[in-house]
Design a binder for this molecule. Structure first.
Ligand SMILES: [Zn+2]
Length: 490
């Protein structure tokens, strides 16, 4: 600083500043302003025309006034960025289609991961959107039981982790691995009991105890899809709600649509009743009648032993061909992925529109092959369920896509208190879309086709989608993680 300045009368200094900068009140004060959008925040109930000022990766203003910024974006509907609790595709191919579908945070919570520090290290500084994972019981069981899929790189068990009962020592080792993941900041404990049918109810209880110790929820694919009889879905839900009640670990039941099928009215009633009695039970659904899984996994065992008519409900993802008993057996190899047409549009709608469910995609594509839910889940909710059929109000759709997932995680990972909301101080994870044109384009034949209608998607204040076009070379995604360390205080 020039020491002479100190000698200037203050009034002159002020006049000089005014002269140098003719309109200081009009100077850009935000990095980005989203101007005159219909801002919807399901938590506060805000649904009004506002301008949103973003500075330093956070929302710094939500105002009816016209704000000035270095970059101005014209708002359409301005919503908190969508948080997907259930995605298996955790690479750039998948992140790109998620971002084009309005998703700013993609979490692998059902299967989870085996090596939590390695997962976070691999994504640091290289991710388009925010990422996170649970510590997976399936993955620990595959390691401890020496499952053949571990060496072949399958997501799900191939043999011993699905079919062999564990000793007390093996269960203790699974708990040790899962708790190491929790101490490393895993967001919860993942379970997929239909993939590990040999896991006893006692083993399940033990893993819930690990989750409870860390105030973490268990994200669980329940034991039976109830395809044979609806009652088996109810029993499967009772198993995990019971383990939650005994241990105190919250439970989140993944894709209630696909594990309930015709029993969806019964399982939703069960969840509602448990919540009314004080249990922390939540759920999610995806807006498609078909499911998808690995053809070699134990989930498909019942098809191998089932009637001929069942095979036509299975479609090979790589070729689109419907299966027969012979082609089912011939293709049942590690790496093959199958689409399962098992649900009805009525049960799908019941699961998706229930006030109990968040929306989560269960997405994963590999080289463009997989399930259309990967690329199209949010757009199908906003296009089909909100605009075309009016089965959901816009604010409720946004609640299911953004706020409910944040609320599920914020006790374990307080960083989620500033996600899923449009408010001052929140992370600038923001999705701007045109409610009149937003639509999914992905199909069972072309599952990787990105959605349309999402005009701007911001991750930590950085646009990853600009005027409907994905940007290359930006990696603003950050770790979504629980605090590190040993057992947190009560
Ligand atoms: Zn699942």
């Amino acid at each position: 600083m020039n020491p002479r300045m100190h000698r200037w009368p203050l009034v002159l200094l002020a006049a000089a500043c005014l002269h140098a900068s003719p309109a200081p009140a009009q100077a850009p004060s935000y990095d980005i302003v989203i101007r005159n959008g219909r801002v919807i925040d399901p938590e506060s109930g805000l649904d009004a025309v506002r301008s949103v000022g973003i500075r330093g990766g956070r929302i710094a203003a939500v105002s009816p006034a016209v704000l000035q910024g270095k970059r101005i974006i014209d708002g359409l509907v301005v919503a908190p960025g969508f948080i997907d609790l259930h995605v298996h595709g955790q690479d750039d191919e998948n992140y790109r289609v998620y971002a084009m579908d309005g998703v700013t945070t993609a979490l692998e919570l059902e299967v989870g991961v085996g090596d939590v520090p390695a997962f976070y290290a691999a994504h640091e500084g290289t991710s388009l959107i925010n990422y996170g994972a649970s510590a997976g019981h399936i993955r620990a069981r595959m390691a401890v039981m020496h499952d053949g899929g571990a060496a072949l790189g399958t997501l799900l068990p191939l043999d011993s982790a699905g079919h062999n009962a564990a000793s007390d020592a093996q269960i203790a080792e699974m708990r040790r691995q899962v708790e190491a993941g929790l101490a490393a900041g895993a967001l919860g404990v993942g379970m997929g009991l239909e993939y590990t049918p040999a896991a006893s109810r006692y083993e399940v209880l033990e893993l819930f105890r690990s989750a409870a110790k860390y105030h973490a929820a268990v994200f669980v694919h329940t034991r039976s899809t109830g395809l044979a009889e609806p009652g088996s879905s109810v029993e499967s839900y009772l198993e995990v709600i019971g383990a939650s009640a005994v241990t105190g670990a919250p439970v989140h039941i993944v894709h209630v649509n696909s594990t309930s099928l015709a029993a969806t009215p019964l399982t939703l009633a069960l969840i509602q009743e448990a919540r009314e009695h004080g249990l922390d039970v939540t759920a999610e659904a995806y807006p498609y009648t078909a499911g998808m899984t690995e053809l070699s996994s134990p989930l498909l065992d019942r098809f191998a032993n089932g009637p001929d008519s069942m095979f036509a409900r299975l479609m090979l993802a790589s070729t689109g061909e419907r299966l027969t008993r012979a082609t089912f057996a011939a293709n049942r190899k590690p790496g093959a992925v199958v689409i399962l047409f098992l649900n009805t549009p009525e049960m799908e709608a019941l699961a998706v529109t229930s006030p109990l469910t968040a929306i989560a995609s269960d997405g994963r594509i590999v080289n463009g092959k997989g399930h259309p839910r990967t690329a199209g889940t949010s757009a199908r909710i906003l296009g089909h369920y909100v605009r075309e059929t009016g089965q959901l109000r816009l604010v409720d759709a946004i609640r299911k896509l953004a706020l409910m997932p944040a609320q599920r995680l914020e006790r374990r990972a307080p960083m989620f208190r500033t996600k899923g909301r449009i408010k001052v101080g929140a992370d600038a994870d923001i999705t701007v879309f045109d409610p009149a044109t937003v639509a999914d384009r992905s199909t069972y034949q072309q599952p990787g086709l990105p959605s349309v209608g999402f005009r701007y998607v911001l991750v930590n204040g950085t646009p990853v989608v600009l005027e409907g076009v994905l940007r290359d070379g930006v990696h603003p995604g950050r770790a979504a993680r629980a605090p590190l360390g040993a057992v947190p205080p009560r």
